[in-house]
Design a protein around this ligand. Sequence first.
Ligand code: UDP
Length: 237
Amino acid sequence: MALKYRRIMLKLSGETLMGDQQYGIDPNMLEYYTKQIKELIDIGVEVAVVIGGGNIFRGLSAAESGIERTQGDYMGMLATVINGMALQSMMETHGVYTRLISAIEMQQIAEPYIRRRAIRHLEKGRVVIFSAGTGNPYFTTDSAAALRANEIDADVILKGTRVDGIYSADPEKDPTATKYDRISFREVLNKNLRVMDQAAFALCAENNLPIIVFDINEPANLRKIMFGEPVGTLVTN
Ligand code: UDP
């Protein structure tokens, strides 16, 4: 069977890294992601990952407690580097070659972001983990995923979540909510559905970059997506 996507951007939120914990990194989740990603590398997919930091720190929530917003945002970006380091290490333990890139310079632990170099890593079959978000406060790691995905010319953004796609309403609150298998960018905006933050979403819509929102906790999903099986919700123009 032919691969539907050759180069993907996988967005993993920090929150899913917590597993059942209230805070921090659950090593079982790290291992789970590692195995999922390894499967993709083994079938020849080029994998870029943007990792979030919400399991450790979020600038916006910190702002409520008196930490300046921008300072908090930088702290949030550093949190994504911690997650990235953890994921990198677990992947290398499992024999997957990786490169950790940071949008904020941290030479001792991560490479600086150089677009052509990142692409070269992907071509060589290394998993490229983008950390520190966009390197700018007032953004999110969704924006980083959208930005880098466009820059490296990824075929699709895969947004791994705890729900199995985009619903007409919040399925955890509204039992009548129905799931979309496919939806257009315009419809998402018209119906005011939440997929990614607006900046990230606009970047994908403008550049015709499809997004698939799917349940990351369902082990077969990523593989199915690679072979074009309908999983989650596909957002296209
Ligand atoms: N952040 C930022 N700029 C970026 C990416 C992230 O300022 O480009 C900060 C922001 O404070 C955010 C935190 O880092 O709350 C963690 O990222 P995010 O909330 O996107 O993580 P996730 O929700 O995916 O766990």
